[in-house]
Design a protein around this ligand. Structure first.
Ligand code: TGC
Ligand code: FAD
Length: 391
């Protein structure tokens, strides 16, 4: 392990298999080669680097836990987590793209789809030939997706879909959308909606100060005729999209540690080089306090991820455990990013360093996939048996 590359204070590398370490180093090299050189400019211009999609496909970043027979990587959850960590060390928006494709598009097709659907879509999604998005949130229903208004009605030959989804990562470039909508009986089901279906449009959301290198948009459905074979047959109620969210939230818990690591390493290096009062600023106790607390935060988060990964591999990770990891790791990544930015003084606000970009990105990460407070309430419901969401 190279301590300058990424902190490993508790020698966690001892806990990873040779395969985990290989996956991590290949994604780390990929990020260094393909993302780091372009990301600052993409964020500044608010441009998503579309060419990265095929490259993600080539490196195996899409669907790493999906079985090989469907084009996935057949890897375990720790490998997936390490991939998310390394990609988010590059940029949260790049990790978003991969999270959505893997956990929110490929996973539901694999988990709830027919064999025909799996064969039709998964290999193309794995290679990056196809881009997917996940439509759950609506303009009027974010934290409360169960209140969704998007609905479809059944005719003899198809489903007719109406409604709108908002804040959808990858929407403007997606070839397919996994859309959650209520059927005639008011039950939530998942549909695969394809670009080109009449009445289906997407538009881009502009003026974001966060996740600027990620593309976000809306999905609008006006009497869209969705063939019956595009229904995901095993979906059944709100628990189906929530199951997908567990996969993605797990990846975000790891990803946030990556963003924190990058901020910490940048600040540590800067503090050793920057001279004030004839000394490196790293020599001052207040700076050392900041660095020591950041490393403590990162180390605890790494341990949580590793243990959660083991539980997930054994099929024992619970929703509340995932909520705790997503919530706390993103919160500590924000703390680390803010402290790191201060260590860089004025330089910390510039695009010459990655910290301000990470900090702004994390403001989305703390909100999407369940806000900081919603995850607290998921834990609260688990602890007490009393769900407090509905007042
Ligand atoms: P509630 O009554 O609690 O649950 C409804 C049914 O679902 C079951 N359930 C779960 N099942 C599987 N996995 C989970 N994680 C589950 N959580 C709950 C539950 O047992 C129940 O089953 P049943 O059989 O009794 O019907 O539902 P509620 O309406 O009270 O809402 C609960 C709440 C607030 C926790 C939930 O709706 C929630 O998580 N809200 C946050 C919404 C959210 O996270 N949206 C994310 C949208 S996607 C996104 O942000 C992508 S960003 C991607 C990127 O760019 O990286
Ligand atoms: P609201 O639900 O309106 O919440 C506003 C505030 O009220 C929050 O602080 C929240 O914690 C609080 N609040 C709400 N209910 C309660 C309660 N019961 N108790 C206490 N406090 C409460 N969604 C998708 O479906 N697919 C995507 O790909 C996707 N990508 C996204 C990308 C970006 C960049 C962003 C910003 C969002 C994305 N989202 C996506 C949507 C995201 O999941 C929602 O923004 C999030 O779930 C919160 O919903 P909301 O924005 O409507 O906030």
């Amino acid at each position: 392990a190279n301590p300058v590359e990424a902190p490993d204070f508790y020698q966690l590398d001892d806990l990873f298999s040779a395969e985990h370490l290989l996956v991590r180093s290949s994604i780390r090299d990929f990020v260094r080669r393909e993302i780091s050189p372009i990301i600052e400019e993409c964020a500044e211009r608010a441009e998503f680097p579309t060419q990265i999609i095929k490259k993600f496909g080539q490196i195996g970043a899409f669907g790493p836990t999906i079985p090989v027979e469907y084009g996935g990587g057949g890897l375990d959850s720790i490998s997936y987590g390490l991939m998310m960590q390394e990609i988010e060390r590059g940029d949260s928006g790049m990790r978003s793209c991969v999270s959505v494709q893997s956990s929110l598009v490929m996973y539901p097709i694999w988990r709830f789809g027919t064999d025909e659907q799996k064969k039709k879509y998964l290999p193309g999604l794995a290679s990056g030939e196809l881009v997917g998005c996940f439509g759950l949130t609506e303009p009027g229903h974010g934290s409360d997706p169960g209140g969704m208004e998007t609905s479809f009605t059944e005719t003899s030959s198809a489903y007719i879909l109406n409604g709108a989804k908002m804040w959808i990562t990858n929407a403007p470039i997606a070839d397919i959308a996994i859309v959650w909508a209520k059927n005639d009986q008011g039950k939530i089901r998942g549909l695969i909606v394809e670009r080109g279906m009449e009445g289906f449009t997407t538009s881009e959301i502009h003026k974001k100060w966060s996740l600027r290198a990620s593309i976000t948009g809306e999905l609008v459905f006006q009497d869209v005729r969705v063939p019956k074979e595009n229904l995901l047959p095993e979906t059944s109620g709100l628990k189906s999209p929530l199951q997908c969210l567990d996969q993605a939230r797990y990846g975000i818990a790891w990803g946030a540690v990556g963003a924190a690591m990058d901020c910490y390493e940048t600040a540590r290096r800067y503090a050793l080089e920057r001279i004030q009062f004839n000394k490196p600023i790293a020599a001052f106790q207040l700076l050392q306090k900041k660095l020591a607390e950041m490393l403590t935060d990162i180390t605890k988060a790494q341990l949580v991820c590793w243990r959660l990964g083991v539980l997930k591999n054994e099929g024992r990770a619970t929703t509340a455990q995932i909520s705790m990891a997503k919530r706390d790791n993103v919160a500590l990544a924000l703390r680390v990013a803010r402290e790191s930015r201060q260590i860089l003084g004025g330089m910390g606000i510039t695009g010459d360093f990655p910290i301000m970009r990470h900090l702004m990105n994390l403001e989305s990460v703390v909100t999407y996939e369940g806000t900081h407070d919603i995850h607290l309430l998921i834990m609260g419901a688990d602890i007490t048996g009393i769900p407090a969401f509905k007042g």
